[in-house]
Write a protein that binds this ligand. Structure first.
Ligand code: RIB
Length: 308
């Protein structure tokens, strides 16, 4: 059985410095090595799903510059269909400035560039991709009106809609009821639920999202694993214990893997274990796309631990 996943989202070049710690406001910290890595939440999720065996198409936008051409080519080399990745002549490719501390935690600032010129019309030109897909994946590094249009299109064509609300911002009422699966991390769940991170109760927040119209919610909780909530059941899955090197794109590995499980029609428990293993493996390597595991690696990781 093949899984067909369409990703609508961002494509960035990540400029990464490792540092002993994050700087305070006004402070300069001397870092360690610098590297450039292909990234962008959309592109990372596309590569994650592809490496895990899905057929993947991507809709996005890059600038007409060396980063953009390299990123588009890199996606194509991974086997992602990039017919929907267009090139903007008046915006530069998105970039992300990332600092990774000695615990492998990151802090990210994105300059969206061409990603923010992905328009609802661009999606309209690729309607066939929405009919083709079993699962369509969205994040929030694209214009909200484009995400909304894409979600409506995906629903119309009968695809399963996953929204990774990253980075979080308040969502219009009409989006909530169109989303099958919402996958925020703790910070995003807190913002969407108007809570502080400290006072966040993930299950309560998830119930609030379901009340607004989402069908299922998975809140990823970092070292505490993740929590699945629907109107019928709650599943708590612990995190796999690994040596953290760089957490960049761990969330993307998780979401990309979930999309594969859902497209294959797996039970939620299996999809969550598969996604948790993918996220855990991504944490053990540097960079965004460079850290995303292959299907065999994830299966071996689960086999060794006696899971599925
Ligand atoms: O989720 C990680 C990604 O967020 C990075 O690759 C960066 O480009 C930002 O989009």
């Amino acid at each position: 059985m093949t899984s067909r996943v369409l990703v609508v989202g961002s494509i960035n070049m990540d400029l990464v410095i490792r540092a002993p710690r994050f700087p305070q406001p006004g402070e300069t910290v001397i870092g360690e090595e610098f590297g450039t890595f292909p990234g962008g939440k959309g592109a990372n999720q596309a590569v994650a799903a592809r490496r895990l065996g899905a057929e993947v198409r991507m809709i996005g936008k890059v600038g007409n510059d060396s980063f953009g051409l390299k990123l588009r080519e890199g996606l194509a080399q991974e086997g992602v269909d990039v017919s929907g990745v267009s090139i903007s002549d008046n915006q530069s490719t998105g970039v992300a400035l990332i600092v990774v501390d000695q615990n492998g935690q990151n802090s990210i600032v994105v300059s969206s560039g061409a990603n923010m010129s992905l328009s609802p019309q661009d999606l309209g030109e690729h309607e066939e991709d929405f009919s083709w897909a079993k699962v369509v994946l969205f994040q929030l590094e694209s214009p909200l009106e484009t995400v909304l249009e894409g979600i409506k299109l995906a629903r119309e064509k009968g695809a399963y809609v996953i929204l990774n609300p990253a980075p979080a911002r308040s969502l219009p009422q009409e989006i909530w009821k169109e989303v099958d699966l919402l996958v925020p991390n703790e910070t995003e769940a807190a913002i969407l639920a108007n809570n502080s991170l400290q006072s966040l109760d993930p299950e309560r927040a998830a119930r609030e999202f379901i009340r607004k119209g989402v069908k299922e919610v998975i809140v990823s909780l970092g070292e505490k694993g993740c929590l699945y909530t629907s109107s019928q059941k709650v599943i708590s899955h612990p995190a796999f214990n690994v040596q953290a090197v760089d957490s960049t794109a761990a969330g993307d590995a998780f979401v990309g893997a979930l999309s594969v499980g859902m497209a294959l029609g797996w039970k939620m428990e299996r999809s969550i274990a598969f996604a948790s293993a993918s996220g855990a493996l991504a944490v053990t390597k540097k960079g965004a796309q460079s850290s995303l595991p292959l299907r065999e690696e994830v299966e071996e990781f689960l086999r060794v631990r006696g899971v599925f």
